[in-house]
Design a protein around this ligand. Structure first.
Ligand code: ADP
Ligand code: UDP
Length: 236
């Protein structure tokens, strides 16, 4: 499978067309951004780790019955995926308070929730991805009621699977962001990535942060944290 024209360059990935209209190739970059693009940098080796970690987790999710866009890993940084039309909703699942949940509602980080919290934000850079609920999403016609119900169901299922998996490698899955897309026949599949860029991972024993918060908050040891999660994952 060969790349043809570049369709899109985002903050962390490039998307290329292929000879097959139903398939695209995503290419993961080492570029990192935070705070709505205000902070920019590079995390050495991140592209390769995020590509391989996403593919590992998506294949695990597929086996457990979650449809994903994954098709084939081409090399360290590049993967063939089903071309989808991305539903413009970012789904955030939270098991423990952190980040914007803590700042928005004025609570400390680290409060363990009795049940997971699901949040939607409108995937729209110009509007800075505002938080919205199901009625807003329906009013804005971002998806149908059936699609939103399916997205919620799949997101909670992904959480159950990933939370248990990460616990088995000594990591608490604090929160994460998912994106879903629609294939040519209208099927909802999990798309985009699942990586330390899009999840918060805390070491279960030490509570050390093993994710992009090390970059956001200038904690140092960013590359080491990404590698540590990958090492534990591959050791399974
Ligand atoms: P951003 O657009 O936020 O800067 P990225 O740099 O990760 O993010 O760019 C990747 C883009 O590709 C995202 O907009 C994402 O929604 C989109 N995307 C992810 N998976 C697919 C897919 N299977 N088909 C088409 N587009 C996808
Ligand atoms: N997240 C993401 N992309 C976004 C916003 C959030 O991947 O555009 C992830 C983030 O890494 C974290 C979770 O979603 O794991 C919850 O993020 P939060 O709302 O707390 O915002 P943040 O503090 O990350 O800006």
């Amino acid at each position: 499978m060969e790349k043809t024209t570049q369709l899109y360059e985002g903050k962390a990935k490039k998307v290329f067309a292929t000879e097959d209209p139903n398939l695209v190739i995503v290419s993961y970059k080492d570029d990192a951004t935070a705070f709505d693009g205000a902070k920019k940098g590079t995390i050495e080796g991140k592209g390769s780790i995020n590509n391989r970690m996403t593919n590992y987790l998506m294949q695990m999710l597929e086996k457990e019955g979650v449809p994903t866009h994954f098709v084939e890993e081409l090399n360290d940084r590049e993967t063939v995926v089903k071309k989808v039309s991305i539903v413009p909703l970012e789904v955030i699942i939270r098991n423990v308070s952190a980040g914007h949940f803590a700042s928005r509602y004025g609570v400390e980080e680290g409060i363990v929730f009795d049940q997971p919290v699901l949040e939607f934000s409108y995937k729209n850079d110009d509007l800075h991805d505002p938080l919205l609920n199901t009625s807003h999403a329906l009013a804005l016609k971002l998806a149908t009621k059936e699609e939103i119900d399916r997205i919620k169901e799949l997101s909670f299922k992904v959480n159950d699977i990933l939370k248990a998996f990460f616990l088995s490698i000594g990591i608490d899955l604090i929160d994460f962001k998912l994106e879903f897309g629609k294939t040519a026949d209208g099927t909802i599949v999990l798309a985009d990535e699942i990586s330390p860029d899009t999840c918060r991972y805390w070491d279960s024993k030490t509570h050390e942060k093993l994710d992009k918060d090390r970059f956001r908050r200038d904690l140092g040891g960013v590359e080491d944290a990404y590698q540590e999660v990958m090492r534990r994952l591959m050791g399974k």
